[in-house]
Design a protein around this ligand. Structure first.
Ligand code: ZN
Length: 229
């Protein structure tokens, strides 16, 4: 559903592709609407730790090199304008979680969806993408999440980060892969942490999540007693 997650430690920037277990033969989860949370992924069977849940290619992927002076919104709209009908419709169907725009257009919706759902796929913040299914995974703060992900660029391993050999402005291709980080019970929601690097007290973290993504986090971590401020 949302995001703007920046680079969890699980991101594979140029490292090896982790050896993931084989894909679950049938998705052991369903996409369901939850009250107050929009769509969510719920386990339909017990899912053991380390299960490779799914992999998917981005609906829209942007890379930026240092020579790019254009603001991200301009590049988002440029990429959006080139999308074929199916990914365009899939992107527009995602949740924006932002204040309603009086007269939304496809372009303003696309920008809102991008802001709320894009994954920062590398540690440098130069590769960002929006994914149809991954966007439906809701957030839980560190300690409360149960899934992790990795971005595997085509050409693996050395697609970027070596010495600038990334082909100036060309969107690289790849897939985001999700797997379970612990055992998940039937009916449990699949979650991941949008901002693993947020090291702030619960009050500040929840306020930041509310401001950036438009929801009040009620994850198990947030319900624990406050340790610091
Ligand atoms: Zn939380």
């Amino acid at each position: 559903m949302e995001l703007d997650t920046c680079a969890p430690s699980t991101t594979s920037t140029g490292a090896h592709t982790p050896s993931l277990p084989p894909l679950a033969p049938l998705h052991p989860f369903t996409v369901t609407a939850l009250p107050g949370k929009g769509l969510a992924l719920l386990a339909t069977s017990f899912i053991p730790t380390g299960t490779h849940l799914f992999s998917e290619s981005p609906l829209l992927l942007l890379t930026s090199s240092s020579s790019h002076a254009l603001p991200q919104s301009t590049r988002v709209l440029a990429g959006f304008s080139l999308l074929p009908p199916a990914p365009r419709a899939a992107l527009l169907a995602l949740c924006s979680n932002l204040p309603l725009i009086p007269v939304p257009t496809d372009e303003s919706t696309a920008l809102a969806v991008w802001k709320a759902n894009n994954f920062c796929l590398d540690s440098e913040g130069t590769v960002n993408g929006v994914f149809a299914l991954a966007a439906r995974l809701n957030h839980a703060c560190v300690g409360g999440e149960n899934c992790r992900w990795v971005w595997v660029a085509d050409g693996e391993g050395e697609g970027k980060g070596e010495d600038g050999g990334e082909g100036e402005g060309e969107a690289e291709r790849g897939q985001i892969q999700f797997w379970t980080d612990r055992d998940i019970a039937v009916g449990e929601e699949l979650t991941h942490c949008y901002r693993p690097d947020w090291r702030m007290g619960t009050v500040n973290r929840r306020a930041a999540l509310s401001e950036e993504y438009g929801f009040d986090c009620g994850c198990t971590t947030c319900e624990e007693p406050e340790v610091d401020d």
